[in-house]
Design a protein around this ligand. Sequence first.
Ligand code: ZN
Ligand code: ZN
Length: 205
Amino acid sequence: MENDKTKAEIPSDLRQCVAFHGHLCPGLVYGYIVAKESIRLLGLRHSTDEEVVAVCENDSCAIDALQVMLGTTAGKRNLIINDYGKNAYTIVNRSKGQAYRFSRKISFIYAGKHKDEFETLEKAISAGTAKEQEMIRQRLLKAIDLFSRPFDEVFTAKPSGGPVPPYSTLAPSVSCAICGEMTMQTKMLSGKNGKLLCLPCSKNN
Ligand SMILES: [Zn+2]
Ligand SMILES: [Zn+2]
């Protein structure tokens, strides 16, 4: 993150998201504000196991903020990505059996206090003449504007009655009949002679 007086406006929990993600960007802020609102609406605590699930309808930067803020991580398999290219997220509290779906409702129009500067930066970016520092600055201004707004100006939040995704299951690993590599049995397919094959081998044979 650049050294700038606007940097001081960034809350410490968002800084943690930036440390994980690698940069501050509007996408990360979308995930951050959805996480904060879901914590409030669903009374969530950071998920140490799979009691919170995030179902994301894109594979954008936002997901990294959900991983940090909610503990819904790729490794715990309580982060489900259905990439429909939508800025929408369903957050499930399994212990309460409650869920909310959040969907972004506006096109972004800058409304912060650096409007002239933002417009100059936007022009340089669309003309392809912006320097890297200018692009970082534009993302910073956009990010600050986004998280400064009332949540419901940016997203709708509706209770979701859809099915709760099942807990992930563990299955023993067995060796693939072709490559010999240990593979989770439930992820394997039967080959011609009924022997179990891993997916890459079953595609090539
Ligand atoms: Zn990003
Ligand atoms: Zn194999």
